[in-house]
Design a protein around this ligand. Structure first.
Ligand code: PLP
Length: 405
């Protein structure tokens, strides 16, 4: 089987499993316990926090461990907006991009429905990018928070986060980014990005499902969502997932060796996203393989359309529409040929409504329904992608042949 669905999830890396294993077995203590087992767990948690902070270029106290990307996004959006409005009742608007993951979108809608906030949706261009002009147009004196994702989970488009964050912060508005898909591929230095909050998820990086973290800049107040024993400095109660935190920190540390800008991004622009600290790197290798795969699919499948940005995209994502098919049928056909991928985002699986992300890019609903996403991890090979491109040609031709005109 060729697994081309790494944006949905990844297997746990061996090094990660080995690092977390002791905290699931012999060193199983509760970090709050006052005995040697508890102390060992507390020390492991502190080490994981320090390593996570190092990977994100922040202080250990600015890391809140969560149960994953969804919880990190919820905590950022609800927690920051509610705390800011409590301090100043005029701050009753949140601005989010039109292509956010449901974890951000639904958190904003919850604030609207239950707490009377207004939600300003920042439109994207046809490649899925938020421009500075589009962001500037929605910001106002009532904006409590801006959230724009770093890289999109369906089409892989990378946003100019450093420039967008600078714009919001110049107006004193905190800026959150969902970096769940970017982690492992793009630089995550929160200082260079200039963001106030950033979400990551372990299972996209080779750590287990149910691990994640939110970076929140020290001066930003946050209203907790989960109340209890006051763990995570009162920002997220509940006995800490020590093994999960160790796993996340290990996966992030390993991923730092991979992270860089996509190969197609030209010279590093200091005003844009921060430059990679070193090359050569697996991200460039994977980006080159991705470009070869994209070229092979576009050349081999008549009418195929690449979705998302042609160059400012994750090294690990190639997404297409295949007009005259249905994404689900192509997916099934591909699986029969041994290629596993996704017809939209896994998070929206089960719904056959066209993806709101693709609609936001201006793609017609009947074309959006033909979307297929291929996503890889850093172990992908040229031979696998060649075989996958051939399977795509056959699958699309097969599905088209079966459909009435
Ligand atoms: N944000 C983005 C961009 C994602 O792709 C995902 C998962 O697909 C999430 C958030 C949710 O993360 P988790 O699965 O850890 O809750």
């Amino acid at each position: 089987m060729i697994f081309l669905d790494a944006a949905a999830t990844t297997p746990v890396r061996r090094e990660v499993l080995e690092a977390m294993w002791p905290y699931l077995t012999g060193e199983f203590g509760n970090p709050s316990s006052h005995h040697s087992l508890g102390d060992a767990a507390a020390t492991a948690l502190a080490g994981a926090r320090a390593a996570t902070a190092k990977a994100l270029g922040c202080r250990a106290g600015e890391i809140v461990f969560t149960s994953g990307g969804t919880e990190a996004d919820n905590l950022a959006i609800k927690g920051i907006a509610l705390a800011r409005r409590a301090a100043d009742p005029r701050l009753d608007r949140v601005a989010i991009s039109a292509v956010e993951h449901p974890a951000v979108e639904e958190s904003a809608r919850y604030l609207e429905r239950v707490h009377g906030f207004a939600v300003d949706v920042i439109p994207v261009d046809r490649f899925g990018q938020v421009t500075e002009e589009a962001l500037a147009a929605v910001l106002g004196p009532g904006t409590a928070l801006v959230s724009v994702m770093y890289a999109n989970n369906e089409v892989g488009t990378v946003q100019p986060i450093a420039r967008l964050a600078a714009l919001a912060r110049a107006q004193g508005i905190p800026f959150h980014t969902d970096a769940v898909q970017a982690a492992g591929w793009l630089p995550l230095d929160t200082g260079a990005l200039g963001v106030d909050a950033l979400s990551i998820s372990g299972h996209k990086l080779g750590a287990p499902k149910g691990s994640g973290a939110l970076f929140v800049r020290g001066r930003i107040r946050i209203e907790p969502l989960v109340h209890g024993g006051g763990q995570e400095r009162g920002r997220r109660s509940g006995t800490e997932n020590v093994a999960g935190a160790v796993a996340l920190a290990t996966a992030l540390t390993l991923a730092r060796e991979t992270a860089s800008l996509p190969a197609s991004v030209p010279a590093p622009d200091p005003a844009s996203n921060p430059a990679p600290d070193s090359a050569p790197d697996p991200a460039r290798r994977v980006a080159a393989l991705r470009d070869g795969f994209i070229a092979a699919v576009l050349a081999g499948v008549p009418g195929a359309v690449l979705t998302g940005h042609p160059t400012e995209r994750l090294p690990s994502v190639a997404s297409f529409c295949f007009p005259g098919t249905s994404g689900e049928s192509v997916l099934l056909e591909l699986e029969r040929q041994g290629v596993v991928c996704s017809s939209g985002s896994a998070c929206a699986a089960g719904s056959d409504a066209p993806s709101p992300v693709l609609l936001a890019l201006g793609i017609e609903p009947e074309v959006a329904q033909t979307a297929v996403r291929f996503s890889f991890d850093s172990t992908i090979t040229a031979a696998e992608l060649q075989e996958a491109a051939a399977a795509v040609r056959t699958a699309v031709a097969g599905v088209r042949a079966l459909r009435p005109n």
